[in-house]
Design a protein around this ligand. Structure first.
Ligand SMILES: [Zn+2]
Length: 225
């Protein structure tokens, strides 16, 4: 078993678990990793034997403490690398995720701790995702919601952008939206078809895909990330 797939497998289970609070189905994983359900089940049995996850047929997959720890370590490396590439190497906002996907599997803890120190122990990555500290603890984040759950006519601040799609981030850069941008939600179209948002004086129509990648917090409260 390649380390990369094992780590990505754990990362996906952990993240989904955090999101939903429920065990993960093999169907979800097969879809995410783009492999067959049989391959997922096979991997699940192996990781269960290593006590990284608990897997019971019909009950799905949960991470065990050892697996959680490993997932958080990989997530920490990913997010620190993204920030390093952006801040130190001046790479583009939309480019850093793909590079971090590779680097996260090959970096020693020692190097990562050096980079963390060099960056001043940052709490958030360039997409607004929290960076766990060296003990695996995540910083507190202000309450966030999807743009699709927002109320029309209200003002919000962009606090997180899903980092997985380069196209989404390129599009946002093009229309001048970045983390911290304040927007007014003018209209949310039904059936996740998109939204109409105002950024400064400009009105933008965004697709459902873009809207789903944007996470916001009320602008009034003005809580800093
Ligand atoms: Zn990323």
């Amino acid at each position: 078993m390649k380390t990369i797939s094992k780590e990505n497998y754990l990362k996906i289970i952990f993240s989904r678990e955090e999101e939903t609070g429920k065990p993960i189905t093999t169907t979800y994983l097969a879809d995410k990793l783009n492999v067959s359900k049989a391959a997922i089940t096979d991997m699940a049995r192996r990781l269960a034997a290593e006590e990284l996850i608990a897997y019971e047929r019909y009950h799905g997959i949960r991470t065990l403490p050892k697996g959680k720890k490993l997932a958080v370590e990989v997530i920490r490396k990913h997010r620190l690398w993204e920030l390093f590439l952006l801040e130190v190497l001046n790479m583009n906002w939309s480019e850093v995720h793909d590079e971090a996907e590779l680097l996260e599997h090959t970096t020693s803890d020692k190097l990562m701790n050096r980079i963390d120190k060099f960056l001043g122990h940052p709490k958030f990555d360039p997409h607004g995702d929290p960076i766990p500290n060296r003990n695996g603890k995540f910083p507190k984040t202000a309450k966030r919601m999807s743009l699709l759950e927002s109320a029309e006519g209200k003002k919000y601040k962009i606090v997180r952008v899903n980092d997985a799609s380069k196209d989404v981030i390129d599009f946002l850069s093009k229309i001048g939206i970045e983390l911290g941008s304040e927007i007014t939600v003018k209209k949310i179209l039904p059936k996740n078809e998109g939204a109409l948002i105002k950024n400064g004086r400009r009105l933008h129509s965004i697709s459902g895909n873009i809207a789903a990648a944007l996470f916001i917090a009320p602008a009034e409260k003005g809580r800093k990330r």
